[in-house]
Design a protein around this ligand. Structure first.
Ligand SMILES: CC/C=C/CC(=O)SCCNC(=O)CCNC(=O)[C@H](O)C(C)(C)COP(=O)(O)OP(=O)(O)OC[C@H]1O[C@@H](n2cnc3c(N)ncnc32)[C@H](O)[C@@H]1OP(=O)(O)O
Length: 719
């Protein structure tokens, strides 16, 4: 829909109306086409202003319509007609002009932006390219290098940056629509030739070829197999080297391929998945729109190790005042230095002063009495955490929220220590906490809806994508990681090498394979968890078989490596060899090869050739299977929650949508068949036994992932 009004002094005002972001649905495109035609035909109209309702210009094409058949006026002729018209059209950009919204503005003859507006061509993040002339008009307006950067990253820019680049003609702090109307009155008699962007010549830099080639190399490296960024480079190349009409043909052809790709479907699913997880609900029925969070002005962080430091930085950067507590003097000083350095670096980048006045350090837990919320971030040691929670409940005021950053320990046990279990939730950050976007908010048996709402809202304030999850060992992310890591270890026993497993996973699109990742985070992290779980260490009886635990197959290789002092990058060796402790470049280690050979000989195992497909099937499908179990148990509320956790916390390639979406793409029947096959071959590995939910979904004809929530609800109500 678009509203048409003929306003003072020969100006027609066309307002896009499609809340919440005035997306260009078929109805809106109809409205624009009709209104523009009316304005161009009306002899009393001399100029047109195009704006959006509720202070939002336009959020682009209506992504919800991509799943169905294309109806309504086509984008390109609609925009070409506006540009070719003989009356000036001024875009009044408030709020945002994104994707098709910016392309609409680019075909207008002038663009006025409000100072708070954001502009960009984010189509690449949806697996597409700006195919309403964006890849051909933007380079004509601002040149090749800046267009390449904006189109291949999809970055949103400020109005000020848009002015500097030459995308907009004026930035205003006033009502952009009123300013645009005045502007239109001033330019209504001016010639339009030089204002038609498609008619302009592209200014190419002298080193065009080198620039395009370099950009392609960088884009491919960043893309991890995503096809849209590569197509974006090719489209800008077409703008630089071909006439407008041919460039538009290239743009259209490439869009045709991208639009029908699985990657575009995955990325568009993921766009809505991110929004779905914000609409959390608890088994009690409490949810995001019926529970008010408590304001958090003052917080405390307990423990200034790697996690505590990152959490402190994130809180301060979000404007929360923090007391950071660390009892060891050396650790306190090291933490203090690091936190202040990161905050100063961040502030320097933004050209502002670091908010150090919000920060206080202490070695005494008694100093946190007045805070609204505490985040405990000490080692994964239940006894230590229990002791801290006991002290917290005596020093904190009665309504202080008590949160733990545990990555998998039982929230209910900690809550039971406090005498205020309703005030206890998990806030599981990912390392480094000031950079990683994911936050799992763990609700225990007694956590109040208000406590969950407060943690979710604080996470959002800290710039995190917060996902509410239930309480079980490892919650959602680490729970699913366990069978994945377990399979990787079994593959080593059976004949694979760490580099072979990692290569398969990295080619799939993970930023790092399982062993490189383990070297980065430290092998001792998992070792401590396994000791705590009684899988290794002094609590295991000497008579127990090293490759069996609690009646199931166990892979002790990681424990044996740790016993050698090989803890990963920090010790200069782990699954790989590094040039020094703290080194980053992983090299295959002949020691590991020898060790694996000796290990196999000792346990009578015969190495066999293992292909890439088996590595992927066993690692990914066992992880996915655990995801189905987490859904079945209600620990994860929906497949979107699992997928958002895996993309933001575990570097699952976004263009594969996340593990649950991927399972749907591969075909649930195939996932089931492979799991059955591998479970038959390894009957003592329970994580390979297909979950009930997976079986039932397949039996019901494998509905699309968007229907699983309803399916699970029905399945539970039948129990
Ligand atoms: C051939 C022509 C092809 C053109 C291609 C395109 O134009 S593709 C679309 C390009 N546009 C985008 O990628 C923008 C996507 N939207 C956003 O980045 C953000 O939503 C926003 C516009 C910056 C607003 O962010 P904010 O945080 O304020 O709100 P939400 O993200 O929560 O969004 C509010 C609701 O609006 C829905 N929505 C947003 N954009 C679109 C869209 N383009 N199409 C359809 N729906 C959109 C979003 O899903 C939210 O809906 P809820 O139901 O409230 O969850």
């Amino acid at each position: 829909m678009a509203r048409y009004a003929h306003i003072k002094d020969s100006v027609a005002l066309i307002t896009l109306t499609n809340p919440p972001v005035n997306a260009l649905s078929a109805a809106v495109r109809h409205g624009i086409t009709e209104s523009v035609t009316r304005a161009l035909r009306d002899p009393t109209v001399k100029a047109v202003v195009l704006c959006g309702e509720n202070g939002k210009f336009c959020g682009g094409a209506d992504i919800r319509e991509f799943a169905g058949p294309m109806t309504g006026p086509a984008f390109v002729p609609m925009l070409d007609d506006i540009e070719a018209g003989d009356k000036p059209v001024v875009a009044a950009i408030e709020g945002m002009a994104l994707g098709g919204g910016l392309e609409l503005a680019l075909c207008c003859h002038y663009r006025i932006a409000h100072s708070k507006a954001r502009l960009g061509l984010p189509e690449v993040t949806l697996g597409l390219l700006p195919a309403a002339g964006g890849t051909q008009r933007l380079p004509r307006l601002i040149g090749i290098p800046a267009s390449l950067e904006l189109i291949t990253t999809g970055r949103h820019i400020s109005a000020q940056e848009a002015l500097k680049l030459g995308i907009v003609d004026q930035v205003t702090d006033k009502n952009a629509c009123e300013v645009a109307v005045e502007f239109a009155q001033r330019v209504m008699d001016k010639p339009l030739e030089s204002r038609r962007v498609s008619q302009q010549t592209v200014q190419c830099p002298p080193d065009l070829e080198a620039l395009l080639e370099n950009t392609m190399v960088q884009v491919k490296k960043r893309a991890r197999g995503a096809i849209a960024p590569v197509a974006c480079v090719k489209a800008v190349r077409a703008a630089a080297t071909l006439p407008y009409k041919q460039g538009m043909e290239r743009e259209r052809d490439m869009m045709g391929t991208l639009f029908n790709s699985g990657q575009a479907r995955a990325l568009q699913y993921f766009f809505f998945a991110q929004r779905a997880v914000g609409k959390w609900s608890l088994p009690s029925g409490a949810c995001w729109n019926n529970t008010k969070p408590k304001p958090v002005h003052r917080a405390a962080v307990i423990g200034l190790g790697t996690m505590g430091r990152g959490i402190t930085v994130s809180l301060v950067a979000a404007g929360v005042s923090v007391v950071a507590v660390e009892v060891g003097e050396k650790q306190l000083q090291a933490g203090k230095q690091m936190v202040m350095a990161i905050l100063e670096r961040q502030a320097q980048k933004k050209g502002v002063a670091a908010p150090l006045d919000l920060l206080r350090f202490s070695n005494n837990l008694k100093d946190i009495g007045g805070v609204d919320l505490v985040i405990e971030a000490v080692f994964e040691d239940m006894a230590l955490k229990k002791q801290i929670f006991k002290e917290l409940s005596s020093v904190c005021k009665i309504d202080t929220l008590l949160c733990t950053n545990t990555s998998g320990l039982d929230i209910d046990v900690l809550a039971s220590i406090t005498g205020r279990p309703q005030q206890v939730v998990g806030m599981h950050f990912f390392a480094p906490a000031h950079m990683m976007k994911l936050l799992e908010v763990v609700h225990g048996r007694h956590s109040s809806p208000e406590a969950v709402a407060t943690a979710m809202s604080l996470g959002k304030k800290m710039g995190k994508v917060s996902v509410a999850v239930g309480n079980c060992p490892g919650f959602v992310g680490n729970r699913m990681l366990m069978p994945y890591v377990e399979q990787a270890n079994f593959l080593l026993e059976e004949g694979a090498t760490p580099e072979q497993v990692d290569q398969a996973l990295e080619e799939f699109g993970f930023a790092m394979g399982v062993f490189r990742m383990s070297d980065l985070s430290g092998l001792d992290v998992g070792w401590r968890v396994r000791k705590e779980a009684g899988l290794t260490g002094p609590s295991v009886a000497a008579t127990e078989s090293p490759r069996k635990r609690q009646g199931r197959r166990y892979g002790p290789i990681a424990d044996l490596i740790c016993e050698q002092g090989r803890l990963g990058q920090k010790t200069g060796c782990g699954w790989y060899l590094y040039d020094r402790p703290g080194g980053r470049e992983a090299k295959p280690d002949p020691w590991i090869r020898r060790f694996l050979e000796e290990y196999r000989t000792k346990h009578g195992l015969k190495a066999r050739a293992i292909d890439k497909q088996e590595i992927l099937d066993r690692c990914l499908f066992s992880l996915i299977n655990e995801g189905f179990r987490a859904l079945e148990d209600g620990i994860a509320a929906g497949p979107e929650d699992v997928d958002v956790i895996y993309v933001f916390g575990y570097s699952w390639p976004r263009h594969m949508g996340g593990p649950m979406f991927y399972a749907g793409m591969v075909g649930l029947a195939r996932v089931l068949e492979r799991l059955e096959h591998y479970h038959q071959a390894h009957p003592d590995v329970p994580s390979l036994q297909p979950s009930t939910l997976l079986r039932r979904l397949v039996a019901s004809g494998s509905p699309p992932v968007q229907q699983w929530r309803g399916f699970i609800k029905r399945m539970r109500s039948q129990l």
